[in-house]
Every structure is written in C-alpha cells, then in structure tokens.
Write a new protein. Sequence first.
Length: 176
Amino acid sequence: MLRLNRFHEPRTLLRLRSEGKGPMDISKFKHEIQLRVRSYEVDWQGIVHNSNYIRYFEVGRLEYLRRIGATVDMVSIQGHGKVVLVRHEIDYEVPAHYDEMLTIRTRISFIKNSSFAMEGIMEKSDNGPVVSRTIAYHVWLDHATNRPRPINDDFRKLVQAFEGEDCEIHWPSKEV
C-alpha cells in the first residue's frame, strides 16, 4: 500500500536545519560562481531539466575545491584515495529558464573522520530568488580497499583556512 504522507514529509538535512540548526545562512557562503542556462539544458516546458541542477552544483563544488587550493586533477585525487558522493539532496524552489544567469554558492559545512558535506544555494543572479538548495555528502575511501579512511589533514587545513569558524571540523585524535 502506497503511503503518500511518506513522500510529503521531507527528511532532509535542509529540513533539520530549519528545525533548530537554522536554515542555510547565505552569509556563510564565501564562494560563488555564475553560469548561464544554455538552450540544451531546458526541457519541453522551457525550464531547466532537473538533471542539470546536479551538474550545476557539481561545477560549484569543483570550483570551490580549486578556490581553496585543493588539487582536483585525476592523478592527485587517485593518489590520495577516492572521494565519492554518497548522498545528494536537492530542494527545488523556483524554476530556472533558458539564458538566465545563475549564481551558485558553495561551502563545506562539516568535516568528520571520513566524511564531509558540501552545501549549495543556487539563485537567479542580480538578487533574484533562490532557485534551489542542496547538500552533498562525500566519503573519503582508501584507494586499495574501498573502505572509509580518515580525511587527509592537509584537506582539513585548506577548508579551515577558507571557511574559518563557519565549518565544523572534527580533527582525528592523535594517540601517543
């Protein structure tokens, strides 16, 4: 039996933020890029197809990593283990259309032992409305075993230098 209320009750971190952790605070986003919607990214209704929002946010995440000084070429990434996307949540608020300029803001909101989260807000440029919000959870895997491994301290330092107090970073305990 289909329980519709299950689908109408969002269980996302986006909802949890509005229940005590607060909504995504745009002032905490220190990185942004702009993209123009291209004709082949819209569907027959003239709005951006939902699969393209994932691409837009991915571009934002990669440019964020470049901005903080992380190396994103394939050789370096493969040498430090694998960083894989394990969950991606998107809330759509208003549609984007052909030829509109979009601003994508990106941040890392937390780093734990082997995982971290990147949040994003997409807006219509020139102080337009919020189009979409996202949170993407990533896990750092050991290259040989494909098992979670601690995130590289150099990566933590890059994020801390860029985000400051706006990112919750858990440092692994050093046993002596």
